[in-house]
Design a protein around this ligand. Structure first.
Ligand SMILES: N[C@@H](CCC(=O)N[C@@H](CS)C(=O)NCC(=O)O)C(=O)O
Length: 216
């Protein structure tokens, strides 16, 4: 099997280290035992090579032999096809995993990211708060009745939902016990700890390389 290549930036400022979305791909590979290496594109000065593979100049993206794929959700679905650990092989389990994986992106993250942006940029009144509250309330109900989103066990849908929900500001905000317990459960997996630690080490190495280049 060809080695997967996960692409991320060579460096990012301290926030958002630990939250750059390549962590989703690292985590999935760690869960599934898929061999991978990490390669980089410059954070500063994004070039045509980068835009050719990620049309928005973002990360992550993935190379799997001849296949190049961007969007973290699409990359996760691609990886999930390689391992039952990420997605069950029965049709119902596959449908449930896909559905919840897309719900993490399209029903939660599509509200949480703009909400977070307004919060951190100091908007006087965050008009997205009621919308986000409503989404989280509905999710709280779901998670108060089950431990995992699909097939009664960990899947790539939990990986993505927990990654969307673990953002600090969201956790501070009107705590919901089922969501809290869920985020703790999913992020206590060793594969997440390794993925996050590896990302932090990767960007620390980026600091060292920048310091070296500045001195040279
Ligand atoms: N929908 C994209 C979002 C990717 C994204 O927002 N990536 C961030 C890093 S976590 C990024 O590259 N930000 C820089 C930018 O948007 O210019 C995905 O899930 O892959």
């Amino acid at each position: 099997m060809t080695k997967l290549i996960l692409w991320t930036y060579d460096w990012v400022p301290p926030p958002p280290r630990g939250f750059v979305r390549d962590v989703r791909l690292r985590w999935a590979c760690e869960e599934a035992g898929l061999a991978y290496e990490v390669k980089t594109v410059p954070f500063e000065g994004r070039g045509p090579d980068h835009f050719a593979r990620q049309p928005f100049g973002q990360v992550p993206f993935l190379t799997d032999g001849d296949i190049e794929i961007f969007e973290s959700g699409a990359c996760l679905l691609h990886l999930a096809r390689k391992s039952e650990k990420l997605m069950p092989r029965d049709a119902a389990g596959e449908a449930a995993t896909t559905q919840w994986l897309l719900a993490a992106l399209n029903s939660i993250e599509m509200v949480s990211v703009p909400w977070w942006f307004l919060e951190v940029t100091g908007a006087k009144e965050n008009k997205l708060t009621p919308w986000l509250q409503m989404r989280l309330d509905h999710l709280e109900k779901v998670l108060s009745e089950r431990e995992w989103l699909a097939s009664d066990r960990f899947t790539a849908a939990d990986l993505l939902m927990a990654d969307v929900l673990r953002v600090g500001k969201l956790r501070e905000f009107n705590q919901r016990p089922a969501i809290e317990a869920y985020v703790t459960l999913v992020t206590s997996r060793p594969a997440f700890a390794k993925a996050r630690a590896d990302q932090l080490a990767h960007f620390a190495a980026g600091d060292a390389a920048r310091a070296h280049n500045t001195q040279a």
